[in-house]
Write a new protein. Structure first.
Length: 298
């Protein structure tokens, strides 16, 4: 941890150690929503800690990444179930089938009022309207493994190509651009719109945090431990970026200028996955060990 950087971290157990919290997001109802990928459920936690799990019976294929939709509901990918799911704040679930074996992974709301998602196994970017109409856009390399996706500041969607060693951009009309990364084997995963008008992403393969401008210029910032395996990233309070270190069980912070601070999570080996800015202004992290971690920084 860099001198002068402080964080208070508290863990909240939300399920058993085998249920696998993975995705997490702030809902439109002032609660946190998260996925239990191994249990096949979606969880909701209110600011006072009250917890609800939906639906009563497990969902086939396991919900993975979750995001707030433009229609006041939450939308999620079922990576092993070949579906996109929608859950209302009251817990009603609908599922929309996507091509078999495509491996839907990341999902985010787009500037066009639809949801955009990655198809990891077939190298496509999918778009689904809130009414369930699906369109697909093939990438130049079908084996590039598109991973996470986010809305950029330029009215386009930006996504990582985990095995393509690149970051991609797709406009609402389907126009595609792919930007190669300078470091081989970087295996980018998480991506988010930064406070500086650029996109920030994690390089799980080489232990870097990356930054790409909307015109494709890339900068990389090495973490102290190349084996940290940074996974997810989000813009946090105060204009800094926060990310999870899957390999070392840390949460990190990077300023737009590139200064890195790291904070160990209370439970060693907890495998932090997604990270989100919560409705309470804190950072929340989904831990494989069955807990959510709340992170507040000074």
């Amino acid at each position: 941890m860099t001198q002068g950087s402080y964080a208070t971290i508290r863990e909240f157990t939300v399920c058993g150690p085998d249920s696998g919290p993975y995705g997490i997001t702030a809902g439109p109802d002032g609660a946190l929503w998260f996925t239990l990928v191994h249990e096949g459920r979606v969880g909701r936690m209110e600011p006072d800690g009250r917890l609800t799990l939906h639906p009563p019976d497990p969902l086939p294929g396991g919900p993975m990444v979750i995001t707030a939709g433009p229609d006041g509901a939450l939308w999620f990918t079922a990576f092993r179930g070949d579906a996109i799911g929608r859950i209302t704040t009251g817990g009603d679930v609908a599922r929309f089938a996507v091509p078999q074996g495509c491996g839907p992974c990341g999902i985010a709301a787009g500037p066009d009022g639809a949801l955009w998602f990655t198809q990891m196994h077939t190298g496509r970017i999918g778009r689904i309207t809130t009414g369930g109409h699906l369109t697909e856009h093939p990438l130049p390399d079908p084996d590039a493994m598109p991973s996470m996706i986010t809305a950029g500041p330029d009215e386009a969607m930006w996504f990582t190509l985990n095995q393509g060693n690149a970051v991609g951009r797709i406009a609402p009309d389907g126009d595609l651009a792919v930007h190669p990364l300078p470091t081989e084997g970087s295996a980018p995963v998480g991506i988010t719109a930064g406070p500086d008008g650029a996109l920030w992403f994690t390089e799980i393969g080489t232990g870097h945090i990356g930054r790409i401008t909307t015109d494709g210029k890339v900068a990389e910032y090495p973490l102290p431990d190349p084996a940290a395996r940074p996974h997810a990233i989000v813009t946090g309070p105060g204009g800094d970026l926060w990310f999870t270190e899957w390999g070392t069980a840390h949460v990190g912070r990077i300023t737009p200028g590139g200064r890195v601070d790291e904070h160990p999570l209370p439970t060693p080996g907890c495998e932090p996955h997604s990270i989100a800015l919560g409705p309470d202004g804190a950072l929340w992290v989904a831990l494989e060990t069955g807990a959510l971690a709340r992170v507040t920084a000074a």
